[in-house]
Design a protein around this ligand. Structure first.
Ligand SMILES: NC(=O)c1ccc[n+]([C@@H]2O[C@H](COP(=O)([O-])OP(=O)(O)OC[C@H]3O[C@@H](n4cnc5c(N)ncnc54)[C@H](O)[C@@H]3O)[C@@H](O)[C@H]2O)c1
Length: 253
Protein backbone atom coordinates (compact mmCIF):
# COMPACT_ATOMS: atom_id res chain seq x y z
CA UNK A 1 0.00 0.00 0.00
CA UNK A 2 2.61 2.50 -1.13
CA UNK A 3 -0.03 5.13 -1.93
CA UNK A 4 -2.40 4.36 0.94
CA UNK A 5 -5.26 6.89 1.02
CA UNK A 6 -3.54 9.29 -1.36
CA UNK A 7 -5.80 11.23 -3.70
CA UNK A 8 -4.63 11.31 -7.31
CA UNK A 9 -5.73 12.52 -10.72
CA UNK A 10 -4.61 10.62 -13.84
CA UNK A 11 -5.42 12.31 -17.15
CA UNK A 12 -6.19 10.23 -20.22
CA UNK A 13 -6.78 7.18 -18.03
CA UNK A 14 -9.51 5.63 -20.16
CA UNK A 15 -7.03 3.37 -21.91
CA UNK A 16 -3.33 2.66 -22.49
CA UNK A 17 -0.62 3.91 -20.16
CA UNK A 18 -3.03 6.11 -18.20
CA UNK A 19 -5.34 3.19 -17.48
CA UNK A 20 -2.40 1.09 -16.28
CA UNK A 21 -1.28 3.95 -14.02
CA UNK A 22 -4.79 4.37 -12.57
CA UNK A 23 -4.96 0.63 -11.89
CA UNK A 24 -1.52 0.56 -10.24
CA UNK A 25 -2.35 3.59 -8.09
CA UNK A 26 -5.57 1.95 -6.90
CA UNK A 27 -3.77 -1.32 -6.19
CA UNK A 28 -1.30 0.73 -4.13
CA UNK A 29 -4.14 2.15 -2.03
CA UNK A 30 -4.94 5.47 -3.72
CA UNK A 31 -8.24 7.01 -4.75
CA UNK A 32 -7.99 7.99 -8.41
CA UNK A 33 -9.90 10.46 -10.57
CA UNK A 34 -9.95 9.15 -14.14
CA UNK A 35 -9.75 12.46 -16.03
CA UNK A 36 -10.57 11.22 -19.51
CA UNK A 37 -12.04 12.98 -22.53
CA UNK A 38 -13.77 9.89 -23.93
CA UNK A 39 -16.92 9.25 -21.86
CA UNK A 40 -17.17 5.61 -22.93
CA UNK A 41 -13.65 4.46 -22.06
CA UNK A 42 -13.47 6.71 -18.98
CA UNK A 43 -16.67 5.40 -17.44
CA UNK A 44 -15.85 1.79 -18.36
CA UNK A 45 -12.39 2.04 -16.79
CA UNK A 46 -13.75 3.55 -13.57
CA UNK A 47 -16.34 0.77 -13.41
CA UNK A 48 -13.62 -1.85 -13.92
CA UNK A 49 -11.33 -0.37 -11.25
CA UNK A 50 -14.01 -0.27 -8.57
CA UNK A 51 -15.11 2.08 -5.83
CA UNK A 52 -11.79 3.90 -5.41
CA UNK A 53 -11.97 5.10 -9.03
CA UNK A 54 -13.99 8.18 -9.95
CA UNK A 55 -14.60 9.06 -13.60
CA UNK A 56 -14.63 12.80 -14.28
CA UNK A 57 -15.13 13.55 -17.98
CA UNK A 58 -12.32 15.98 -18.73
CA UNK A 59 -10.80 17.64 -21.76
CA UNK A 60 -7.37 18.92 -20.72
CA UNK A 61 -7.46 21.50 -23.52
CA UNK A 62 -10.52 23.29 -22.04
CA UNK A 63 -10.04 25.49 -18.99
CA UNK A 64 -13.65 25.13 -17.81
CA UNK A 65 -13.38 21.34 -17.99
CA UNK A 66 -10.11 21.31 -16.03
CA UNK A 67 -11.53 23.67 -13.40
CA UNK A 68 -14.60 21.43 -13.04
CA UNK A 69 -12.30 18.39 -12.61
CA UNK A 70 -10.40 19.98 -9.75
CA UNK A 71 -13.60 21.24 -8.11
CA UNK A 72 -15.11 17.75 -8.30
CA UNK A 73 -12.06 16.05 -6.80
CA UNK A 74 -11.68 18.61 -4.01
CA UNK A 75 -15.41 18.45 -3.19
CA UNK A 76 -15.21 14.67 -2.97
CA UNK A 77 -11.84 14.15 -1.24
CA UNK A 78 -10.77 17.53 0.15
CA UNK A 79 -7.23 17.46 -1.24
CA UNK A 80 -5.02 16.28 -4.11
CA UNK A 81 -1.72 14.47 -3.39
CA UNK A 82 -0.80 13.23 -6.84
CA UNK A 83 -1.26 14.27 -10.46
CA UNK A 84 -0.20 12.25 -13.47
CA UNK A 85 -0.35 14.24 -16.70
CA UNK A 86 -0.64 11.36 -19.13
CA UNK A 87 -3.18 12.52 -21.77
CA UNK A 88 -1.34 12.93 -25.04
CA UNK A 89 -1.73 12.59 -28.79
CA UNK A 90 0.61 11.79 -31.66
CA UNK A 91 0.81 14.54 -34.28
CA UNK A 92 3.44 13.53 -36.83
CA UNK A 93 4.34 15.54 -39.96
CA UNK A 94 7.24 16.77 -42.02
CA UNK A 95 7.86 20.25 -40.52
CA UNK A 96 7.03 22.37 -43.58
CA UNK A 97 3.87 20.34 -44.20
CA UNK A 98 2.56 21.04 -40.69
CA UNK A 99 -0.49 23.27 -40.77
CA UNK A 100 -1.22 25.83 -38.06
CA UNK A 101 -4.19 23.70 -37.00
CA UNK A 102 -2.03 20.59 -36.56
CA UNK A 103 0.62 22.54 -34.61
CA UNK A 104 -2.10 23.97 -32.36
CA UNK A 105 -3.78 20.57 -31.87
CA UNK A 106 -0.50 19.03 -30.72
CA UNK A 107 0.51 21.86 -28.39
CA UNK A 108 -2.99 22.13 -26.90
CA UNK A 109 -2.91 18.57 -25.57
CA UNK A 110 0.75 17.59 -25.21
CA UNK A 111 2.09 20.79 -23.65
CA UNK A 112 -0.53 23.42 -22.79
CA UNK A 113 -2.94 20.77 -21.49
CA UNK A 114 -0.33 19.66 -18.96
CA UNK A 115 0.27 23.24 -17.83
CA UNK A 116 -3.49 23.86 -17.64
CA UNK A 117 -3.99 20.93 -15.25
CA UNK A 118 -0.86 21.80 -13.21
CA UNK A 119 -2.04 25.38 -12.86
CA UNK A 120 -5.40 24.22 -11.51
CA UNK A 121 -3.99 21.54 -9.19
CA UNK A 122 -0.93 23.34 -7.76
CA UNK A 123 -2.91 25.72 -5.50
CA UNK A 124 -4.66 22.71 -3.98
CA UNK A 125 -1.33 20.93 -3.43
CA UNK A 126 0.19 24.09 -1.93
CA UNK A 127 -2.76 24.42 0.45
CA UNK A 128 -2.29 20.76 1.40
CA UNK A 129 1.42 21.35 2.01
CA UNK A 130 2.74 18.96 -0.59
CA UNK A 131 2.26 16.75 -3.61
CA UNK A 132 3.83 14.90 -6.49
CA UNK A 133 3.30 15.61 -10.18
CA UNK A 134 4.38 13.10 -12.82
CA UNK A 135 4.39 14.14 -16.46
CA UNK A 136 4.42 11.44 -19.13
CA UNK A 137 7.02 12.68 -21.59
CA UNK A 138 8.65 10.48 -24.24
CA UNK A 139 11.89 9.44 -25.94
CA UNK A 140 10.84 12.31 -28.21
CA UNK A 141 11.62 14.64 -25.26
CA UNK A 142 15.35 14.26 -25.86
CA UNK A 143 15.78 12.80 -29.36
CA UNK A 144 14.36 13.62 -32.77
CA UNK A 145 12.87 11.16 -35.23
CA UNK A 146 12.38 12.83 -38.63
CA UNK A 147 8.79 13.41 -39.81
CA UNK A 148 7.30 13.34 -36.29
CA UNK A 149 6.95 17.12 -36.05
CA UNK A 150 5.73 18.90 -33.92
CA UNK A 151 5.27 16.15 -31.28
CA UNK A 152 8.93 16.29 -30.12
CA UNK A 153 8.69 20.09 -29.81
CA UNK A 154 5.82 19.68 -27.34
CA UNK A 155 7.53 16.79 -25.52
CA UNK A 156 10.83 18.71 -25.22
CA UNK A 157 8.76 21.59 -23.82
CA UNK A 158 7.17 19.22 -21.35
CA UNK A 159 10.61 18.49 -19.87
CA UNK A 160 11.18 22.25 -19.56
CA UNK A 161 7.83 22.61 -17.79
CA UNK A 162 8.72 19.73 -15.47
CA UNK A 163 12.03 21.31 -14.52
CA UNK A 164 10.62 24.83 -14.12
CA UNK A 165 7.76 23.76 -11.85
CA UNK A 166 9.96 21.31 -9.95
CA UNK A 167 12.36 24.08 -9.01
CA UNK A 168 9.68 26.67 -8.32
CA UNK A 169 7.80 24.62 -5.72
CA UNK A 170 10.52 22.36 -4.28
CA UNK A 171 10.78 24.30 -1.02
CA UNK A 172 7.04 23.87 -0.55
CA UNK A 173 7.19 20.09 -0.67
CA UNK A 174 5.97 19.62 -4.23
CA UNK A 175 7.99 17.41 -6.54
CA UNK A 176 7.55 17.50 -10.31
CA UNK A 177 9.11 14.76 -12.42
CA UNK A 178 8.76 13.21 -15.85
CA UNK A 179 8.81 9.70 -17.21
CA UNK A 180 10.15 9.26 -20.74
CA UNK A 181 8.88 6.01 -22.22
CA UNK A 182 10.23 4.44 -25.39
CA UNK A 183 7.69 2.51 -27.44
CA UNK A 184 4.95 1.10 -25.22
CA UNK A 185 2.44 -1.39 -26.60
CA UNK A 186 -0.85 0.53 -26.46
CA UNK A 187 -3.63 1.27 -28.94
CA UNK A 188 -1.70 4.43 -29.84
CA UNK A 189 1.28 2.33 -30.95
CA UNK A 190 -0.94 -0.18 -32.76
CA UNK A 191 -2.74 2.66 -34.60
CA UNK A 192 0.69 4.01 -35.60
CA UNK A 193 1.82 0.63 -36.97
CA UNK A 194 -1.48 0.31 -38.84
CA UNK A 195 -0.56 3.45 -40.79
CA UNK A 196 2.22 1.48 -42.55
CA UNK A 197 1.68 -0.75 -45.61
CA UNK A 198 2.98 -3.73 -43.57
CA UNK A 199 2.00 -3.12 -39.91
CA UNK A 200 3.59 -6.35 -38.65
CA UNK A 201 6.96 -5.48 -40.27
CA UNK A 202 6.83 -2.05 -38.62
CA UNK A 203 5.99 -3.66 -35.26
CA UNK A 204 9.00 -5.97 -35.56
CA UNK A 205 11.20 -3.03 -36.55
CA UNK A 206 10.25 -1.13 -33.40
CA UNK A 207 10.98 -4.24 -31.31
CA UNK A 208 14.49 -4.33 -32.78
CA UNK A 209 15.07 -0.65 -31.93
CA UNK A 210 15.02 -1.50 -28.22
CA UNK A 211 18.01 -3.41 -26.78
CA UNK A 212 15.86 -6.08 -25.04
CA UNK A 213 14.32 -6.92 -28.47
CA UNK A 214 10.83 -5.94 -27.35
CA UNK A 215 8.92 -2.79 -26.50
CA UNK A 216 7.54 -1.77 -23.13
CA UNK A 217 4.28 -2.62 -21.42
CA UNK A 218 1.97 0.01 -19.88
CA UNK A 219 2.43 -1.65 -16.47
CA UNK A 220 6.17 -0.98 -16.68
CA UNK A 221 5.49 2.76 -16.92
CA UNK A 222 2.88 2.52 -14.16
CA UNK A 223 5.35 1.01 -11.67
CA UNK A 224 7.61 4.04 -11.98
CA UNK A 225 4.67 6.44 -11.72
CA UNK A 226 3.70 4.77 -8.41
CA UNK A 227 7.28 5.10 -7.19
CA UNK A 228 7.50 8.81 -8.10
CA UNK A 229 4.13 9.57 -6.51
CA UNK A 230 4.99 7.65 -3.35
CA UNK A 231 6.93 8.64 -0.24
CA UNK A 232 9.80 6.43 -1.51
CA UNK A 233 11.02 9.21 -3.84
CA UNK A 234 11.21 12.23 -1.48
CA UNK A 235 14.42 13.68 -2.97
CA UNK A 236 13.71 12.99 -6.64
CA UNK A 237 12.64 16.25 -8.26
CA UNK A 238 12.77 18.14 -11.56
CA UNK A 239 14.16 15.16 -13.45
CA UNK A 240 13.13 12.54 -15.97
CA UNK A 241 13.34 8.75 -15.84
CA UNK A 242 13.66 6.90 -19.16
CA UNK A 243 11.72 3.65 -19.52
CA UNK A 244 12.97 2.40 -22.84
CA UNK A 245 15.07 -0.71 -22.26
CA UNK A 246 18.19 1.39 -22.86
CA UNK A 247 17.22 2.60 -26.32
CA UNK A 248 18.13 6.21 -25.56
CA UNK A 249 21.77 5.34 -24.86
CA UNK A 250 22.21 2.75 -27.62
CA UNK A 251 24.72 3.83 -30.24
CA UNK A 252 23.46 3.46 -33.81
CA UNK A 253 25.87 3.16 -36.75
N1 LIG B 1 2.55 4.37 -26.42
C1 LIG B 1 3.79 4.82 -26.60
O1 LIG B 1 4.61 4.19 -27.29
C2 LIG B 1 4.25 6.09 -25.91
C3 LIG B 1 5.61 6.36 -25.89
C4 LIG B 1 6.08 7.51 -25.26
C5 LIG B 1 5.17 8.38 -24.68
N2 LIG B 1 3.84 8.11 -24.73
C6 LIG B 1 2.94 9.07 -24.08
O2 LIG B 1 2.18 8.39 -23.10
C7 LIG B 1 0.91 9.01 -22.96
C8 LIG B 1 -0.19 7.96 -23.12
O3 LIG B 1 -0.02 7.31 -24.37
P1 LIG B 1 -0.85 6.00 -24.75
O4 LIG B 1 0.00 5.21 -25.67
O5 LIG B 1 -1.43 5.36 -23.57
O6 LIG B 1 -2.00 6.71 -25.66
P2 LIG B 1 -3.53 6.30 -25.90
O7 LIG B 1 -3.96 7.04 -27.12
O8 LIG B 1 -3.70 4.82 -25.85
O9 LIG B 1 -4.25 6.94 -24.62
C9 LIG B 1 -4.29 8.32 -24.44
C10 LIG B 1 -5.57 8.68 -23.70
O10 LIG B 1 -5.60 10.11 -23.53
C11 LIG B 1 -6.92 10.55 -23.83
N3 LIG B 1 -6.90 11.94 -24.26
C12 LIG B 1 -6.44 12.44 -25.44
N4 LIG B 1 -6.66 13.75 -25.50
C13 LIG B 1 -7.23 14.10 -24.32
C14 LIG B 1 -7.69 15.34 -23.79
N5 LIG B 1 -7.64 16.47 -24.51
N6 LIG B 1 -8.20 15.35 -22.54
C15 LIG B 1 -8.28 14.21 -21.82
N7 LIG B 1 -7.90 13.01 -22.28
C16 LIG B 1 -7.37 12.96 -23.52
C17 LIG B 1 -7.39 9.61 -24.94
O11 LIG B 1 -8.81 9.63 -25.07
C18 LIG B 1 -6.84 8.28 -24.47
O12 LIG B 1 -7.73 7.62 -23.60
C19 LIG B 1 0.87 10.13 -24.01
O13 LIG B 1 1.22 11.36 -23.39
C20 LIG B 1 1.93 9.72 -25.00
O14 LIG B 1 2.48 10.83 -25.69
C21 LIG B 1 3.35 6.98 -25.33
Amino acid sequence: MRLADKIAIVTGAGRGIGAAIARAFIEAGAHVAIAERDPLTGAAMAEKLGERALFVETDVTAQSSVDALVETVVARFGRIDGLVNNAGINVFHEPLETTDAEWARCMAVDLEGVWRVCRAVLPVMLAGKGGSIVNIASSHSSTIIPHTFPYPVAKHGLLGLTRALGIEYAARNIRVNAIAPGYIETDLAIEYWNGFPDPEAERQRTYRLHPPGRIGRPEEVAMTAVFLASDEAPFINATSIAIDGGRSVLYHE
